[in-house]
Design a protein around this ligand. Structure first.
Ligand code: SF4
Ligand code: SF4
Length: 257
């Protein structure tokens, strides 16, 4: 997502302090919104397609390009930059006005200039949990670090509503970590497409859930089925459970007898 040369190598705790402010008067305002790789999460796509009032497949077609992770064959969606010389983000309204979809901007735009990662941690009871960690991204053009406002990672996350996004994305990020599991196989084409559909193409996944007979194969409560019909977040989260089952990561679903 970031040029690794600009990532500072220390792992930061939530109480780590830094000075930063981004506002329309900084000389670099919106310089970080061109020619960048923004990997999208499922919740980013959900928010953005609704913001634009279009279906998920239209959003994917118009606003994303794909990359395959060589190790796992996972297919990831990235935000497509403009075809102008600067390769500006299509959501950059103007160099003065900034981001036109600010309240729905992707999670990596929210975190910037902080990056985040996830690691598996084994407790004394041998139970495995996942822990977030953070690092600074220091790009030369970013003058926000010269501003006097003092933050901690925790207060920055609060300010950017990142906790909500992290809760939405946690189970999906756990799925991505399968690439580092010893012996994890590359996805075949069928699983790769299912991974992509359940991750990003929510409207198509809804059709798949309700029209393909999938609900006849698994034990799923009526309440959950109703939630998936009416609430896209519930559908997205079911998609993560489905993928964990499909990729043999966890027994998140039970087959009907
Ligand atoms: S480069 Fe840094 S300070 Fe400048 S607009 Fe982007 S985030 Fe803000
Ligand atoms: S989505 Fe908004 S904040 Fe993110 S790169 Fe595009 S214009 Fe900038």
């Amino acid at each position: 997502m970031f040029n690794t040369k600009v990532v500072q190598p220390s792992r930061l705790e939530p109480e780590a302090k830094f000075k930063f402010r981004c506002h329309p008067k900084v000389p670099c305002f919106t310089k970080c919104c061109s020619n960048i790789d923004i990997m999208l999460t499922p919740y980013d796509v959900l928010r953005l397609k609704n913001r634009l009032g279009i279906t998920s497949d239209k959003f994917i077609e118009d606003h994303t390009f794909m990359r395959i992770d060589d190790k796992s064959n996972h297919l990831y969606a990235y935000l497509k930059m403009g075809s102008d010389e600067e390769k500006r983000c299509p959501f950059l309204e103007s160099a003065e006005a900034g981001c036109s979809i600010y309240t729905d901007r992707p999670v990596s735009c929210r975190y910037y200039p902080i990056g985040q990662g996830l690691v598996k941690v084994e407790g004394e009871d041998k139970q495995t949990t996942h822990e977030e960690f953070y690092f600074f991204v220091r790009e030369e053009h970013c003058k926000g670090y010269d501003e006097p406002d003092q933050w901690t990672i925790a207060s920055w996350r609060d300010d950017q509503d990142s906790e909500h996004y992290d809760q939405m994305n946690l189970e999906w990020k756990q799925l991505l970590m399968r690439r580092d599991l010893p012996g994890a196989a590359k996805l075949d084409e069928n699983k790769q497409m299912q991974f992509f559909m359940a991750s990003y193409d929510l409207d198509r996944f809804r059709q798949y859930v309700f029209d393909s007979g999938l609900l006849d194969r698994f034990e799923i409560s009526e309440d959950e089925i109703e939630a998936m019909r009416t609430d896209e977040v519930a559908l997205m989260k079911f998609g993560f459970r489905y993928l964990k089952f499909l990729l043999l990561l966890e027994e998140t679903l039970q087959l009907k007898k």
